[in-house]
Design a protein around this ligand. Structure first.
Ligand SMILES: Cc1cc2nc3c(=O)[nH]c(=O)nc-3n(C[C@H](O)[C@H](O)[C@H](O)COP(=O)(O)OP(=O)(O)OC[C@H]3O[C@@H](n4cnc5c(N)ncnc54)[C@H](O)[C@@H]3O)c2cc1C
Length: 390
């Protein structure tokens, strides 16, 4: 295999988006994926684009999330116009609801609304607090128990099951080489600089290495992080179907969410479990999802269970991703996006490509710095063997 300019480790949404954007910038890029593109968290995701729902405070996560949601509009248009690919991008709006039986639910919604309105950001202009009746006028299938709702009209969704094939296909057409069934055993580091990676077939050298291995990033040997820095947080999801369509907006409530797709499917998510890499759907997980669904929209009770699955969100100690340079020269990370990796993929690629090429950032300097992987860095060096020499 000839040496590319950039090796990307992992073909999830981060690897696919970064690789495609680097290829568009004129670099030769090879994605090494141990399975197939989108095999892990990225296809398991519900695809909510909810920067205002997710941000716990006004700061980098909110600003970068809003920027990324904006970039999705361009990304969807680009994929449609240049590649005839659809990703299910819809700005449907989102309701966060409070239920009568939940202590403090209304107070939380009021505080959330006040925080967003106080941010002074244009995107928060249309944020509104609704009574239970007003919420049911928007979404008649909401439970009578819904007593208040926070309306976020700018939030939306994509369908990861369309998005991941679209990104890898667009990348391939623009020159990205995808190598599947290819496990990266180690990032080769010599004299403080990344040389490439070691595969079962031997070394592959490149000028730059980007590790985008999701929940497995900090266990790839050669990545200068303590092994537990990025840790899996399991999430289970269930898919049901309602005809006619029961909901128009994404709804958060009862400790979970409902995501209505255009053709009537409704995703019910998601559990949050710290169980290491224990795969699979459990009865306890399904029971939790059924409770969420039927408390928020009781009419879902008569809908069929069509599918269920689980995935591992890449969690980090401070809740922010690791995007950018490492103490190892020419080794970059794009990982640790926890529950917002679908949302944050376009802005992650925008930041990483600008940094790698030494170009101006499209976002505030301090927002990009908040994601700097060097805040968690540990030292690493690959002992030199004859096969690892470039
Ligand atoms: C149930 C659930 C619901 C979610 N819902 C949402 C949502 O609604 N909105 C949102 O924004 N985000 C959501 N997320 C979060 C989002 O899915 C993740 O943040 C995102 O997918 C992470 O992408 P990634 O590319 O970093 O990781 P992954 O998608 O996990 O990709 C990493 C890839 O690296 C490969 N890999 C690992 N190690 C190696 C190696 N050594 N060699 C080669 N390849 C390797 C893996 O096979 C995998 O394909 C959800 C996640 C879950 C689990």
């Amino acid at each position: 295999m000839s040496s590319p300019d950039v090796i990307v480790v992992g073909g999830g949404i981060m690897g696919c988006t970064v690789a495609w954007r680097l290829a568009r910038a004129g670099l030769s890029v090879c994605v090494l994926e141990r399975s197939v593109p989108g095999a892990e968290a990225s296809t398991a995701a519900a695809g909510i684009l909810g920067p205002m729902m997710e941000a716990e405070e006004v700061g980098p996560a909110l600003r970068l999330g809003l920027r990324s949601a904006e970039l999705y509009t361009q990304l969807a248009a680009e994929l449609r116009a240049e590649h005839a690919l659809e990703i299910g991008h819809r700005v449907t709006g989102l309701l966060r609801v409070a239920l009568e039986s939940e202590a403090g639910g209304e107070t939380e919604l009021e505080a959330h609304a006040a925080r967003l309105r106080g941010s002074g950001l244009a995107a928060t202009r249309d944020v509104a607090l609704l009574s239970g009746e007003e919420a049911r006028r928007r979404e008649p299938s909401l439970a009578p128990e819904v007593c208040m709702a926070l309306e976020l009209p700018g939030e939306g969704q994509v369908d990861p099951r369309l998005l991941l094939p679209a990104l890898s296909m667009a990348g391939e057409r623009d020159g990205v080489r995808f190598v599947t069934d290819s496990v990266v055993r180690e990032v080769l580091v010599r004299a403080g600089r990344a040389q490439g990676v070691r595969l079962d077939a031997g070394p592959l050298h490149a000028a730059h290495v980007v590790v985008a291995a999701g929940s497995w990033t900090s266990v790839v040997p050669g990545v200068p992080l303590a092994a537990a820095t990025i840790a899996p947080v399991k999430g289970q999801v269930m898919r049901t179907h309602a005809r006619p369509r029961l909901l128009e907006r994404v709804v958060f409530g009862a400790g979970g969410y409902l995501v209505p797709r255009a053709a009537g499917d409704v995703l019910v998510g998601a559990t949050t479990e710290h169980v290491g890499f224990a795969r699979g759907v459990t009865l306890a997980g399904l029971a939790e999802l059924i409770t969420i669904a039927t408390r928020v929209a009781p009419r879902l009770q008569s809908c069929p269970v069509l599918d269920h699955w689980a995935g591992f969100r890449p969690g980090t100690p401070d809740g922010l991703p690791l995007v950018g340079p490492t103490p190892v020269e020419h080794l970059w990370l794009a990982s640790g996006h926890y529950r917002n990796g679908i949302l944050l993929a376009p802005v992650t690629a925008e930041i990483l490509v600008a940094q790698l090429l030494g170009q101006p950032l499209g976002v505030r300097e301090d927002d990009a710095s908040a994601l700097d992987p060097r805040r968690f860095a540990a030292t690493t060096e690959t002992p030199q063997t004859p096969e690892s020499a470039p």
